[in-house]
Design a protein around this ligand. Structure first.
Ligand SMILES: O=C(O)C(=O)C[C@]1(C(=O)O)C=C[C@@H](O)C=C1
Length: 302
């Protein structure tokens, strides 16, 4: 993917070896220039006029929503200068990685991203119940610390087994340690243009999606719309609802909703929902929410 001969830049949660990097490379291959960032927040803020794409972990099938990502969706820049352009799903198999020769009994602490610690909670309770669990910014970041930080010599990392090829002195002690064998993480592709072209692997044109931020406002009676009222105004099939504090006062919330076009079968014989028609349907839904006195914004459409 070239922009006047210059490769587009993509930000991912680093270092190389994270699941974010893996899904980014599986999707964009050698077509973009990769830039590692220390946190998910830095990935989000990197996407600007000069940075075409960012990869944001969104939800895991065992541990649920990635809270740091949803908190970033409250940022007003999303939907103004950057947009969600697609979703990608990666099968995730975690390994317990240690310094070569270390045994389970010697492990004093386990480092990883909080998502990976949560996805492996049963293994941790059973096999290293007294180890301290330390949340760090990424899985491969944890492997790098175990490999290079003398203070982490008796620590283990939860990460992809590929990390043992990237960082010296590491080996796999256990593989497939997540609570359920079938484990998937879904990622959003963040882009600096609302309709940035994406590699074909991101696009399933039989189904269209949009991400919305909806905020109930106080009416004249001092009441707020319920989530049922907001969804009734929207009139769009909704696959995901996440609620985060708005930051504007106690128990004041924003909702992040993922909506989708009806499936092929429900489209009255049409093979798929045309992009323009889907855009109209979404904009009409947003208008209906705003007409009830609440706030709604389009964060991305694909
Ligand atoms: O730390 C990584 O490897 C990431 O890419 C982050 C992340 C996440 O935030 O969910 C991605 C996939 C796994 O679920 C665990 C961690």
């Amino acid at each position: 993917m070239q922009n006047d001969g210059v490769r587009w830049k993509l930000a991912f949660l680093g270092p190389v070896g994270t699941y974010s990097h893996q899904i980014a490379y599986d999707t964009f291959g050698d077509n973009v220039e990769y830039h590692a960032r220390k946190t998910i927040s830095e990935v989000f803020h990197s996407v600007n006029a000069d940075f075409a794409f960012g990869i944001l972990p969104q939800e895991n099938s065992i541990f649920g929503s990635v809270v740091e990502t949803y908190d970033l969706f409250r940022d007003e820049e999303l939907g103004k200068s950057k947009w969600i352009r697609g979703a990608l799903t990666l099968p995730v198999q975690h390994s317990l990685i240690v310094h070569v020769g270390k045994t389970m009994q010697e492990i004093k602490e386990v480092l990883s991203h909080e998502q990976a610690l949560g996805q492996c909670s049963l293994f941790l309770q059973t096999h290293v119940p007294s180890a301290k669990l330390v949340a760090v910014s990424s899985t491969a970041g944890a492997a790098e610390m175990v490999s290079q930080d003398p203070a982490a010599f008796n620590s283990a990392a939860i990460c992809s087994k590929f990390c043992t090829k990237l960082f010296p002195h590491l080996e796999v002690l256990h593989e497939g340690i997540q609570n359920e064998n079938r484990n998937f993480t879904r990622f959003y592709v963040l882009a600096n243009e609302r309709s940035s072209p994406l590699p074909w692997v991101c696009l399933d044109e039989s189904q269209r999606y949009a991400l919305l931020r909806v905020q109930p406002c106080l009416n004249a009676k001092g009441q707020r719309s319920t989530i049922n009222e907001l969804m009734a105004a929207l009139q769009l099939p909704t696959s995901r609802v996440d609620r985060r504090p708005s930051g504007h006062g106690p128990f004041d919330h924003v909702y992040i909703l993922e909506v989708f076009s009806k499936s092929r079968d429900e489209m009255n014989g049409e093979s798929h929902c045309e992009a323009d028609r889907w855009e109209d349907m979404v904009q009409e839904g947003i208008r209906r929410v705003i007409d009830t006195g609440d706030e709604a914004a389009l964060l991305g459409i694909w």
